[in-house]
Design a protein around this ligand. Structure first.
Ligand code: ADP
Ligand code: MG
Length: 408
């Protein structure tokens, strides 16, 4: 771990895309109060109901510990850096669980004597990369949102740490890691069809819950690396660093700086900065396509026409006959033909260019739940393998590609 330096928080303006995970940061002004500002105790934190992201970003001076503790309740712990250092073996790389735009995530173990009332358990500790693009603002958003929202499909935040420049978050440990690792890392076994459906349903429940509040919460960074999996593959949303309160009353959208991840962010949000719950629905559609095809939303290692998953898959989604050519070959035909057809159509609706044409999360959830009954596996229906020619180019035969293009 990096030693804390004595340098002041620098205001930072960027309009760039980080190479690591292609995160979009439009005119991102980093909000890290200086040590002196932190200790001034000027502006109290707004309560969750009244909180908007701009409340957080406007407050360059804010009380941290007392006010957070006051508004977040007793089951969220305020840890010391030395405690978190100890349980993660000084953030040793052997205990590294993952890494994202905020920083690294390490496994640690809390024993029964750690804090009164806190049960012995493994935890995941996320440590801010002080040199990175994210900072206090994202940390605070996570504490405020996850610290107050409790749902079986949201990861549980156990506590936080704010010492000098250091910002850390402590979550329940998710034994199966991220959906990204299962779907795209070749070391893991391929996810079964029913498991993919279960994960999609769990994630849809999480988003539906966020959207259902009187003032909805827009998650804004829905993607496979932010969907974590419990031991039984229950999906839980994590990483609320970019979450934002949605529009209130008759307002249709909130306008924000464009932030999120290329390949997942809704086109109207990228072009106008107008954010709605339908922006999350678009990203959900992209993840549905990733579950269906086993391909990444954006994959620079592929040929030009196949780098963007949506552009590549769209022509195949509205026909089960064509759809089979883009289904994840790792499923080896062990998928429901009817189910895949419905998911293809659902994904197509979710990625509609006009946000009004995208369904709402409860309707999506209903559709997905109905698909669990289908047992018509492609391999037993004679629909797998699709055709010998399909091996020719990434599972899509020339004939099918031409046909799909004509029907575009
Ligand atoms: N609670 C957890 N349990 C297990 N692994 C986790 C947990 N939280 C995060 N990870 C791993 O760390 C990665 C990055 O975490 P994330 O919260 O998305 O960080 P960032 O905000 O930097 O994107 C995840 O994709 C996952 O692989
Ligand atoms: Mg993340």
């Amino acid at each position: 771990m990096k030693e804390s330096s004595n340098k002041q928080w620098r205001p930072f303006t960027a309009n760039c895309c980080s190479a690591k995970d292609q995160t979009i940061f439009g005119n991102f002004s980093r909000c890290r109060p200086s040590k002196t500002e932190l200790s001034k105790n000027i502006a109290p934190l707004p309560s969750f109901r009244k909180l908007s992201f701009s409340d957080v970003s406007r407050s360059s001076s804010m009380r941290i510990d007392e006010d957070l503790a006051g508004c977040l309740g007793p089951d969220l712990y305020d840890f010391q850096l030395s405690e978190l250092r100890a349980i993660t073996h000084n953030f040793c790389s052997n205990y590294l669980l993952g890494e994202g735009g905020f920083g690294t995530v390490h496994k640690g173990y809390i024993d029964e004597n750690f804090r009164q009332g806190l049960k012995a358990q493994p935890v995941a500790v996320k440590l801010l990369d002080i040199e990175g693009l994210q900072g206090h603002r994202e940390w605070l958003a996570e504490v405020i949102f996850l610290g107050q929202l409790r749902h079986p499909n949201l990861v549980k935040l156990i506590g936080y740490c704010c010492e000098d420049e250091e910002r850390l978050l402590v979550y329940e440990f998710m034994p199966r890691g991220s959906l990204e690792n299962h779907l795209f890392k070749r070391i893991s076994l391929s996810l079964a069809w029913s498991t993919r459906l279960k994960i999609a349903i769990g994630a849809a429940k999480g988003l539906a819950f966020l959207h259902s509040a009187e003032t909805p919460v827009i998650y804004r960074d829905f993607k496979t690396s932010n969907v974590l999996l419990d031991s039984d593959f229950t999906a839980k949303l994590s990483d609320f660093g970019l979450a934002k309160m949605g529009p209130e009353g008759s307002d249709t959208h909130v306008t924000t700086r464009v932030m999120g991840t290329y390949g997942y962010a809704a086109p109207e949000y990228v072009s106008t900065g107008h954010l709605t719950i339908k922006s999350d629905v678009y990203s959900f559609g992209v993840v549905l396509l990733e579950l269906l095809t086993g391909r990444r939303a954006m994959d620079k290692s592929r040929g030009k026409t196949e780098q963007n998953l949506i552009d590549w898959a769209k022509p195949y989604l509205n026909s089960s006959r064509r759809l089979r050519y883009i289904i994840d070959p790792r499923l080896a035909g062990q998928y429901s033909v009817k189910g895949a057809k419905q998911i293809g159509l659902l994904a197509l609706q979710c990625i509609s260019v006009n946000p009004k044409d995208r369904p709402k999360m409860p309707a999506i959830l209903e559709t997905l739940e109905a698909l669990q009954q289908y047992k018509d596996m492609a391999v037993t229906c004679g629909q797998w393998p699709p055709s010998p020619k399909s091996k020719a180019r990434n599972g899509v035969s020339t004939q099918m590609r031409l046909q799909a293009r004509q029907n575009k």
